[in-house]
Structures are given as structure tokens and as C-alpha cells.
Design a protein around this ligand. Structure first.
Ligand code: ADP
Length: 217
């Protein structure tokens, strides 16, 4: 699903990624771990096409993404990559259902089918009673599940998550982690998750351990 070859990235004098090679198969959950400053977020941002590498190649679903034009890349990203961050980034003026629908409407999918899928997803995530709630009316765990539903709405090739449970208490963290495994097992969803949670990482299909801009293990 994802093939990265010799990815490098430098900020000023600092080479943050020193040649990353990575292959992530369909339907697997890979975790990225390592000390702060190792380059985890930078790598995830590049794998998610949010940031360009200085060199290297990235194929997602056989598409050489950095060869796409700006508009095509934005459309590809919206369609094929679902993001979940530590902070939910839901739009405060929209309710849960509207927030989840947004990426599909941007992809010009029909309103009716989009709403149906969004409701199914929110139901699957235990949020069928929260459709018309605004983010400020939801708990932290609920907000993060809405963000996961939004990430899933376009049936993306991959979910990329950066410390998705970093702001949650232990119960909500465990629930979110269980959800990620459920997505893998029930939908064959590919996921790449940056985490500090070694316990969660140990349960993933593979741990990518980074240090100082390289994959150590
Ligand atoms: P991690 O996620 O493993 O903590 P990051 O990828 O966030 O590591 O950062 C790796 C290094 O790159 C750090 O030293 C960080 O300060 C630096 N860095 C990250 N983004 C930028 C940026 N936009 N400009 C300058 N330096 C950056």
C-alpha cells in the first residue's frame, strides 16, 4: 500500500530524515515510535503527503504521489489518506455529522450517500446519539471518535495518526486503540500510527523504531 524509498528531509542545518526506506502492506497496523526529535512526525507528514521530502520516492496505491500536480495531489490526499491528530481539528461551528461529511463533499460525492455513510460510521463508533452535537458539546473521547469517522468517510487507502490518544485519559485511550485494531480486522484498513505508548506499539503488526532520523529497528 505504501512504498517509501530513501526519503530525506532537512530543516536548515538539521537533517531530520536521513534516508528512510519503508514498505507498509494493506490491512496492517504499523506503529512509529522513538524519542522526541527522532523525526517521527516529519516522516508521517511526508508519508501523508502534507510535506515534501528533499529527495526520495513515495508510492501510495502505486501512485507516485510527489509527481502529481498540486491540485491532483490535494484531491488524492483528501480521497486516500485519513488523518487523525492529537488535537481533533473538528470545525467548531459544524455538528458531528457535518464534520464527518466534509471530506466527502469536498471530493464531490453526493450529499445523500455521504450522509448515509457518515451515519453508519458514527453508529459503528457508538456515536449515533451525537449526530447533531457540536464539538464543544462532546467529550474528549467522543471528539476523537468523530475525527476518526471523518478520517474514514472517503474509504481512504490509509489512516495516518500522530499521537492520536495523547490527549485522552486511559479509558478513552484504550477504547481508541481497540477501535484502530477493529478497523484493521473488520475493514482491512491500513493504519500508520505515531505513538509513545509502547504497550499499544507492541500489539501492532510492526514497530518502526526511529532514532536520529533513521529507522533503527
Ligand atoms: P518527533 O516527532 O520524533 O518528535 P519531529 O519530526 O517532530 O520529531 O522533529 C524532528 C526534528 O526536526 C526536531 O529537531 C524538530 O525540532 C525539527 N523540526 C521539525 N519540523 C520543523 C520545521 N518545520 N522547521 C524546523 N525544524 C523542524
Amino acid at each position: 500500500m505504501i512504498y517509501a524509498k530513501n526519503i530525506t528531509k532537512t530543516f536548515g542545518d538539521l537533517q531530520v530524515l536521513k534516508g528512510i526506506d519503508l514498505e507498509i502492506p494493506t490491512g496492517k497496523l504499523y506503529s512509529i515510535v522513538g524519542p522526541s526529535g527522532a523525526g517521527k512526525t516529519t516522516l508521517l507528514q511526508i508519508l501523508g503527503t502534507l510535506s515534501n521530502p528533499d529527495s526520495g520516492e513515495l508510492l501510495i496505491k502505486d501512485e507516485s504521489v510527489f509527481k502529481l500536480g498540486e491540485k491532483q495531489l490535494a484531491a488524492f490526499r483528501n480521497r486516500e489518506i485519513g488523518f487523525v491528530f492529537q488535537f481533533h481539528y473538528l470545525l467548531p461551528e459544524f455538528n458531528a455529522l457535518e464534520n464527518v461529511c466534509l471530506p466527502a463533499l469536498i471530493a464531490k460525492k453526493g450529499k445523500k450517500e455521504t450522509e448515509e455513510r457518515a451515519k453508519e460510521l458514527l453508529d459503528f463508533l457508538g456515536l449515533s446519539q451525537r449526530l447533531t452535537h457540536k464539538p464543544s458539546e462532546l467529550s474528549g473521547g467522543e471528539r476523537q471518535r468523530v475525527a476518526v469517522a471523518r478520517a474514514l468517510i472517503n474509504k481512504p487507502a490509509v489512516i495516518m495518526a500522530d499521537e492520536p490518544s495523547g490527549n485522552l485519559d486511559s479509558k478513552n485511550r484504550d477504547d481508541l486503540h481497540d477501535l484502530f485494531f477493529k478497523l484493521r480486522d473488520e475493514f482491512n484498513q491500513t493504519l500508520v500510527i505515531v505513538t509513545h505508548d509502547e504497550n499499544f506499539a507492541r500489539q501492532s503488526d510492526r514497530i518502526i523504531r526511529m532514532r536520529d532520523g533513521r529507522i533503527e529497528e
